[in-house]
Design a protein around this ligand. Sequence first.
Ligand SMILES: [Zn+2]
Length: 190
Amino acid sequence: MQIRAYAIRERGGTAEPFLYEKTFGGRDVLVRITHRSFARGDIQFIDSDWGDAQYSLVPGHEIVGIVEEAGSKVADLHTGDRVGIGYQQEACFNCSFCKRGTEQLCASQKVIAVDRYGGLAEHIIVDARFAFRLPPQLDSATSTPLLSSGRRCTQAFFGPDWPTVLEWGCWAPEGSVIWPYGSSTRWGTS
Ligand SMILES: [Zn+2]
């Protein structure tokens, strides 16, 4: 399927119209993007602050949209559902981290701006296990940050389990949380 997006084609560049092809698999959902916001991390990817950005890149990892199609193996999301999508797009679901429900630590994960195209687009195709139905009381326009920095902080405070927090996270002196996102080699702060 062809996706209409805007891409950054070089380090520090500006967004330009961009078309890309993405196959739609049985575990995927096709989501029409209605809202997206940009985090500091998006700017850091555009500028390749971590040195691993892949151009052309489509930024935007705080995404809200409506499911237009669900793959044949997707049981819990349906056409018309409103979902939130964050930075991580895929995981192996077979390593020790994935098996205990901490896919965000999977060494084989695929993420926006490095491996996959993001939310500055009309649609996105993503593994349904990384698309989360939003409760009706949450407003779309103000909920997009929950898919990035809000999610990291919540995870640090409430789980999925404290040993993971102790293993991977630490408290900064000013009380902010330092928390790895994307991969074990890239660190972000919230
Ligand atoms: Zn894994």
